[in-house]
Unconditional design. Sequence first.
Length: 299
Amino acid sequence: MNTHLRGVLYIAIGASSYGVLATFVKYANNQGLGTAGLAFSQYLFGVLVLSVLAYFFSKKEVGEKVAGTPKHPKLKLMLFGSFLGLTSSFYYLSIQYVPVSVGIILLMQTIWMGVALEFFTARKLVSGIKIVGALVAIVGTLLAAKVFETNVELDLRGIGFGLLAALSFTGVMYATTRVGLQLPILVRTQYLVYGGFIVVILFWNLQILQDFSWRSFISWGAFLGVFGTLLPPLLFNRGFPKIRTGLGSIIAALEIPVSVFSAYWVLHEDISPLQWGGILIILFAVVLINFKRKEGVST
């Protein structure tokens, strides 16, 4: 298998892993398990497994060559890892009030938030096609979130938490492409998850003691840990360097249909034709934002 195809598969599997996460969190909620305990179990499992993997295998890996010697990369990764913990916490809160199929659409507002972040961090004008793509994504969101369906009442708390999750996820994506690149992939992922774990403890605090049980840790913590804190960051870190970032972003958008389909099959959520139309528009916006001209100049 060539390098390019491996990169595509890595990102596709990572996106699909994220896609099924919220569905099974909500399924576990329906079985009587609290969100705080689930989030803590997920990150505890991730911390334990990544610590072991990094101890045995990180010395065999080599990070990317980075100009200069950035100071305290592990500390920076932990600080940015706080966005990882906030993303999970806000996302899981969001799906308590809105369907999973709507929650994933809110989370993927990182599409246009990423364009806005690029404007502020690069300190230069964003190309017109990216602005158009961002506006198209917003239109698709209004359709996919059922805003125009008169028989649907969306809880503003769910929308608010979903947008906060998207804002946090934008910070995570920034960190995975900019922070600690000189470190091995396992170590980068390890310290991001460490930061996320600390924030999850601070965010949920005493509620963890009420919700957590070793039985739920063994059954659900392992599952959520693999699909939420192990596979996606590891696979994204391996996949993105092998293919164009633009193409990688398009493939990562696979998370949307996977999440919607899993919510339909597992939770039996109703997906309207208008909502499917909105999802297709969002996917088109992702392609548009990452479009490159033939002469090789990024738009």
